[in-house]
Every structure is written in C-alpha cells, then in structure tokens.
Design a protein around this ligand. Structure first.
Ligand code: RP5
Length: 163
C-alpha cells in the first residue's frame, strides 16, 4: 500500500521517541514510511525528500528532531504538505531547545508543533490521522473509536478506585 504519512527523524537515536508515532499509525491502519533524514548531515537528501514527497503520494509529514532541530522547518520550507514537528528530548536541555527551534517558525512557513517526547510523538500520529480523516471517513471512524476506548479506560480506572 502506498504510504500516506512519512515519519522522518534526524537520527536513529530519535527512533525510541518516533516509534510512538508509528505505533499510532499502525493501530489506525494508516500506511506510512519511516526514514532517517538529517538537515545538517544529509542536507541534499532532505531537499530531495521534501521536494518529491507529494508526488510520491505522501499526504502528511511527521518530522522529529532534537537539539538545534531545524529538520521540520527546513522540510516545511520545501513542500506545501502539512508538516508536524516532534521535539525530541535532548540530553543537554531536556528538549526545550528542540521545542523552541521547532515551534518558533517565523510567519509564512508553518510547522504544527506537538509536545516534547513520547506524548508529542503519539499526538503527531493522531494529528496526522485526523488530517487524513477529514477526507477519509474510515480513518475518522477509527480515530473516533480510539477516543471512545480511552474514555472508557478512564471511567474503568476511576471505578477501580472504589467508592
Ligand atoms: C539531531 O541531533 C537528531 O534529531 C538527534 O535528536 C540529535 C542527536 O543525534 P545523534 O548524535 O544521536 O545522532 O540531528
């Protein structure tokens, strides 16, 4: 099946975080691909990737990076596909550097930025699904069912506390 979402990351060291976005896409039965594309270590590959993503059938890009995390913004500059940026938690500044360098895009080239780390990666997968779901009722239905399941889990957990 042709990938609809591309999950890219600046390093294999980002995989532990970005795997959570992929797990959500798998759970929601959305075809995706995953690649390491580094803004500063493989800049030509990054441009090639961003320029050709749309013609390959990709609809949404999820880009995770840490530190001076310019990957999401640079990719967004080279495509009009929606780009969701995931700030990966860094060793030096706990991901605050990643967050600020992804979220603070100057007006004109948007990057939809999610929270630092695992929660952000999960939400990136869900947001990609919701974007696709706006045009695909089956995906939208699966997102809805997931929410209903989470709601029920919270109710069950509350009940397990007893009276
Ligand atoms: C960034 O530098 C990557 O996104 C990663 O979060 C960070 C560290 O990369 P490695 O030194 O672990 O390869 O480009």
């Amino acid at each position: 099946m042709t990938a609809q979402v591309s999950v890219i990351m600046g390093s294999t060291s980002d995989w532990e975080t970005m795997s959570h976005a992929c797990s959500v896409l798998e759970e929601l039965e959305i075809a995706y691909e995953k690649k390491v594309v580094s803004a500063h270590r493989t800049p030509d590959l990054m441009f090639d990737f961003a320029e050709h993503a749309a013609v390959r059938g990709i609809k949404v890009i999820i880009a995770g990076a840490g530190g001076a995390a310019h990957l999401p913004g640079m990719v967004a500059a080279k495509t009009v596909l929606p780009v969701i940026g995931v700030p990966v938690k860094s060793a030096a500044l706990n991901g605050l550097d990643s967050l600020l360098s992804i979220v603070q895009m100057p007006g004109g080239i948007p990057v939809a930025t999610v929270a630092i780390g695992k929660a952000g990666a999960i939400n990136a997968g869900l947001l990609a699904a919701q974007i696709l779901g706006a045009f695909d009722p089956d995906i939208s239905q699966r997102v809805d069912s997931r929410r209903a399941r989470i709601t029920q889990e919270v109710i069950d957990q509350s009940d397990s506390l007893g009276t």
